[in-house]
Design a protein around this ligand. Structure first.
Ligand code: AMP
Length: 396
């Protein structure tokens, strides 16, 4: 798959056409009130472009996990109301995804109008990528636009199957993900540094493996660092460790050596005497973690080591916290790295999930080149895997 070669909404005649747009409107809702509408506002550039072109815009999305059944707790009705406010036009919602109500609403649209169909996951056929269901969805429209990067790694009816029946292109959100992440992987400005953290090596093996082919340096922090430190012969106390991944950790470091990729691990650590936010703590070098203590964050020397490497980078990809950043006592490693990336003049790409949340919470979001809108999807993209929701789109 050459993700950079996919057609976009600007490559197709849209005027007066019925366009089915797969968005990611999976916003947090509390008692019927949307508590964060970021995912809705992020999809506005694509929707506004289509409306401006005089298209009849039929929007669809999943919300939560209704497990293939109608459950109004997961209705997209609050999203329709918010979209109406944001767009300044009425956005009606059909009572179903397919069937008469969806067909009637889609058919009633005039040029420059938009409507929403219900949560695609109200039908079990969605996640099964059922061809009949995909065909029914497709029958609502003449063009399909995928703008939901967060679900692009899933082969579902509304993310992939529907593209078998309609001309299929990407919207601005997916285009941005592809061009920035794809561009960095294909043709990075160097030095290219990857920073990986988080709990487990096993979740990031594919990413490390693929990035070892592309980067000049890999920095490993977070819980996964302790499997690597143990493999190198260090005592790691009670730190998180995947015993069955020690051989793999060895193979990855040997591969790095063979490819002349620098591999940085923590040289000191903030350790705790229990896996608790209020445990006793101290800072120790990586060769001095004693029994009964666990590494829960990188230490100050490591913060500086990593920050210095980041300072010289021209491309940075970051996925995963440097410690248990959700606990204040163990957040400073992650904060320091986020700050170092924000201050560098590199092309900075933040994988979704915890690292994206950390960057946003710290107020560094506007200092980053790109914060991916998909946690799982961005990891699979960095692994070099084909994402079904992108592969299904037409090539230029
Ligand atoms: P991931 O989803 O793989 O990016 O991992 C994120 C999780 O890793 C967070 O919930 C952190 O609490 C956890 N984590 C980071 N560093 C450590 C560590 N040193 N020990 C245990 N868990 C960690």
């Amino acid at each position: 798959m050459n993700a950079l070669n996919k057609k976009t909404i600007e490559d197709i005649e849209i005027k007066g056409k019925k366009v089915l747009v797969r968005c990611d409107f999976n916003v947090p809702i509390n008692d019927g009130v949307i508590t964060d509408d970021k995912r809705i506002t992020e999809s506005l550039p694509t929707i506004k472009y289509l409306l401006g072109q005089g298209a009849k815009v039929i929007l669809c999305s999943h919300m939560g996990r209704p497990k293939g059944e109608f459950n109004m707790k997961y209705s997209l009705a609050p999203v329709a109301a918010r979209l109406s406010e944001l767009l300044g036009i009425e956005v009606k919602i059909a009572s179903d995804v397919v069937g008469e109500s969806a067909k009637e609403l889609a058919a009633s649209l005039k040029n420059g109008q938009a409507a929403l169909i219900e949560n695609v996951r109200f039908h079990a056929e969605e996640e099964k990528n059922d061809p009949g269901f995909a065909k029914q969805l497709a029958s609502l429209a003449e063009i399909y636009v995928n703008d939901a990067f967060g679900t692009a790694h899933r082969a579902h009816a509304s993310t992939a199957g529907v593209a078998d029946y309609l001309p299929a292109v990407c919207g601005y959100l997916i285009q941005k993900e592809i061009s920035i992440m794809g561009g960095a992987l294909e043709n990075p400005k160097r030095p290219f540094v990857a920073i990986l953290g988080g709990a487990k090596v096993s979740d990031k093996i594919g990413v490390i493996n693929n990035l070892l082919e592309k980067v000049d340096m890999i920095i490993i922090g977070g819980g996964m660092a302790y499997t690597f430190l143990k493999m190198q012969g260090y005592g790691i106390g009670t730190s998180i460790c995947e015993e069955n991944k020690l051989d793999l950790a060895r193979e990855l470091t040997l591969k790095a050596k063979a490819k002349d990729v620098k591999f940085l691990l923590p040289v000191d650590n903030k350790v705790g005497d229990a896996y608790k936010p209020d445990c006793n703590t101290k800072v120790v070098d990586s060769d001095s973690i004693s029994d009964g203590w666990m590494g829960l964050d990188i230490g100050p020397k490591t913060q500086k080591l990593f920050a210095d490497a980041i300072k010289d980078a021209k491309t940075v990809v970051w996925n995963g916290p440097m410690g248990v950043s959700e606990w204040d006592k163990f957040a400073s490693g992650t904060v320091a790295e986020a700050k170092a990336i924000a201050e560098s003049d590199s092309v900075s790409i933040i994988g979704g999930g915890d690292s994206a949340a950390a960057v946003e919470k710290l107020g560094f979001a506007d200092k980053m080149t790109h914060i991916s809108t998909g946690g799982g999807a961005s990891l699979e993209f960095l692994e070099g895997l084909e994402l079904p929701g992108i592969a299904a789109l037409n090539n230029k």
